[in-house]
Design a protein around this ligand. Structure first.
Ligand code: FEO
Length: 409
């Protein structure tokens, strides 16, 4: 049975977390392998004469959502529903809830959100919709809610809510991550350490295409002066941040900007019959000689790592080394797809070395060179040679690795 958390977070204002741990999902957005699962977080605030719901859960968990919510309040008593972002992992359960609520609650969101909700669920859902503009403050009960748009975190519809009197930020996708943390908040450092790599993976796969907006939007929130003094950041996925709330946005900023971890080099390759692997062993040995720490992913006839995991390694790498076979006058299919996603989702200003192998004609290296030239990555060199590497080929590779190391030092 799926695990549901109903946790009281604050006495005043009375605030609850409603979290479901989705351990059935395998591919987020039908694409990204997440054996680690994900959580959907909604929040309920009870004030004098008003009850406010912030977001909901995915449709698959509608029944569990209604049951959890009903343990705190009769759905008919919900007066306001804040929709920060309309992607169905946060809105799928809304139509059923609104039906039980008899459409009494006012929905609050951006104009873009209204449009999308109508498209997803029909006109009934938006008939009592209050459109808010960026920075608009709305008094509900005895609290003041400021709605701040954060476009492209993760869709153009997205906003966050800042509760002025209590310094709370409801942030939906922004500040979220994959994984099912064994706690609800950041109070245990071990839990945070386990969780943060999943946050990086989430940022790259879900928001990566728009990663420049992460930096822009966090800058915007900082300029509004709401981050330094925030008491709690309450995302739509994963941990709540209340021991050190600023930390999650700092992490987002680092990933958005692609800040490297010292000496980390991502090494990625395919090897059908061992020829590329022989080259990569030389490369890896040379990297280690210079105290670099290669993080290695390989596609062989026995293993195929998840592309989502590879993407999560890109932002904090100092450089990338890609080993590739020419396959039917093209890039090996696994590397072709992985590279396509790297260039789309994790397109950073980092140096790349290409190591190619071919049987009767080297094509992959040239093709990758063209792709790299159209991206933010910088090509250090393509070393593409035939068949089993000779001693001369190996020396060329060592030299190329040394050039890469010079590039990043
Ligand atoms: Fe968690 Fe963009 O939805």
């Amino acid at each position: 049975m799926v695990k549901v958390w109903i946790e009281k977070l604050l006495e005043e204002p009375e605030l609850y977390l409603l979290r479901v741990d989705d351990d059935r999902i395998r591919y987020f957005e039908a694409t990204w392998d997440i054996p680690e699962g994900i959580t959907y977080n909604a929040y309920l605030m009870k004030l004098k004469d008003v009850v406010i719901l912030f977001d909901a859960w995915k449709k698959d968990y509608t029944e569990e959502f209604i049951e959890a919510l009903s343990s705190l309040v009769d759905p008919k008593e919900i007066t306001h529903i804040v929709v920060h972002h309309t992607e169905p992992d946060h809105t799928g359960a809304l139509p059923k809830l609104l039906e039980l609520n008899e459409y009494k609650a006012q929905i609050i969101g951006t104009n873009f959100a209204k449009n999308l909700l109508q498209g997803f669920y029909g006109s009934d859902v938006v008939k009592n919709f209050h459109v808010v503009r960026d920075g608009e403050e709305v008094k509900i009960g005895d609290r003041t809610f400021r709605f701040i748009t954060v476009p492209w975190l993760h869709w153009p519809d997205t906003m966050i809510t800042y509760v002025i009197e209590d310094k709370l930020i409801f942030s939906c996708d922004a500040g979220g991550g994959y994984g099912i943390p064994r706690a609800i908040d950041d109070s245990d450092e071990e839990v945070v350490k386990e969780y943060l790599p999943y946050v990086t993976k989430y940022i790259v796969t879900v928001i990566g295409h728009y990663h420049k907006y992460i930096v822009q939007n966090i800058k915007k929130l900082k300029s509004l002066g709401i981050i330094e003094s925030v008491r709690m950041i309450l995302p739509g996925h994963g941990l709540i941040w209340r021991r050190n709330p600023v930390r999650i946005f700092e992490h987002y900023e680092r990933v958005g900007a692609g800040i490297p971890t010292k000496d980390k080099v991502l090494v990625l390759y395919d090897s059908m019959y061992g020829f590329v692997e022989e080259r990569m062993k030389v490369v890896i040995e040379e990297l280690r000689k210079y105290n670099k720490k290669p993080v290695i992913y390989r596609f062989t006839d026995k293993e195929a790592p998840a592309v989502s995991d590879i993407l999560g390694e890109v932002p904090d790498s100092e450089a990338l080394i890609i080993g590739v076979s020419t396959y039917e006058a093209d890039v090996h299919p696994r590397i072709r797809y992985t590279l396509y996603e790297i260039l789309d989702k994790a397109n950073y200003d980092k140096p790349v070395l290409i190591v190619g192998a071919f049987g009767w004609g080297g094509v992959a290296g040239k093709k990758i060179e063209t792709l790299i030239s159209r991206s933010k990555f910088e090509l250090v060199e393509v070393v593409e040679t035939k068949g089993r590497p000779t001693e001369e080929d190996k020396e060329k590779l060592r030299e190329a690795v040394r050039r890469l190391i010079q590039w990043i030092s």
